[in-house]
Design a protein around this ligand. Structure first.
Ligand SMILES: Cc1cc2nc3c(=O)[nH]c(=O)nc-3n(C[C@H](O)[C@H](O)[C@H](O)COP(=O)(O)O)c2cc1C
Length: 207
């Protein structure tokens, strides 16, 4: 599937066939591909809460305004933003030194730069996890589509209740949920909602 076909074929499906299961192995394989998504300084600010059993999907549905799709989907990946993602820097630097991606004599400066860019800067941390987590989710949706799966991005969750229900620590924030499964053939997908032409949105040079 080429990129343009994927862009045109992807839809946020309105309903999933609840009889379809996805194996954890396949789900993790798709997630592994999405892990090539870009992130600032490649600090990878994402982690995942995966709801795969019907019990877990129902717990998630209860904190997602009872949206039916959450329980119907084969699985739901809740993309979490790790506000402390700059602490990945040392591990990433060490691995990059091993493979020659980063010269050893630049390691300490790179780590100090990455940590210094975010340490104590809560708004910047939050902005970055929202950017990174969203790019991860988009990459995941396209990979899923290529492999024959439908998806639905969802921001309709009660963040405070979600973190309580699933024990998410305050170092992490829910960014977006992506439900994955096979679309329910009995529920028609409506034609695409209107897109504002890009020409109305571009500010060339200055706003
Ligand atoms: C950040 C975000 C949050 C969304 N939240 C929900 C949601 O909670 N429930 C839902 O049914 N759809 C949700 N959607 C799906 C959008 O309604 C859908 O993407 C949009 O209408 C465009 O349709 P399309 O993706 O099929 O082109 C969300 C999409 C995004 C990107």
């Amino acid at each position: 599937m080429d990129v343009s076909s994927a862009i045109h074929a992807r839809r946020a499906v309105p309903s999933f066939d609840s009889s379809v299961e996805i194996s954890l192995e396949e789900l993790v394989a798709l997630m592994n591909e999405a892990n090539l998504a870009p992130s600032a300084m490649n600090l990878q600010p994402w982690e995942f809460l995966v709801c795969h059993t019907i019990e877990d999907k129902k717990r998630l549905q209860a904190v997602s305004y009872q949206q039916a799709k959450v329980a119907e989907a084969s699985a739901v990946v809740v993309v979490l933003g790790n506000l402390q993602h700059h602490h990945h820097a040392l591990r990433i630097a060490d691995e990059n030194v091993k493979t020659g991606v980063l010269p050893e004599d630049r390691r300490d400066a790179w780590v100090a730069g990455a940590v210094g860019a975010y340490e104590g800067l809560s708004q910047k941390q939050r902005d970055e996890v929202l950017r990174g987590g969203s790019l991860w989710a988009m990459t995941f949706m396209y990979k899923a589509l290529e492999c024959g799966w439908d998806t639905a991005p969802m921001g309709g969750f009660e963040a405070d209740n979600l973190v309580k229900e699933f024990g998410v620590p305050d170092t992490h924030v829910p960014v977006i949920m992506v439900a994955i499964g096979k679309r329910n053939p009995d529920v028609e997908i409506r034609p695409r909602s209107y897109r504002i032409p890009v020409s109305d949105l571009i500010h060339l040079g200055n706003f």
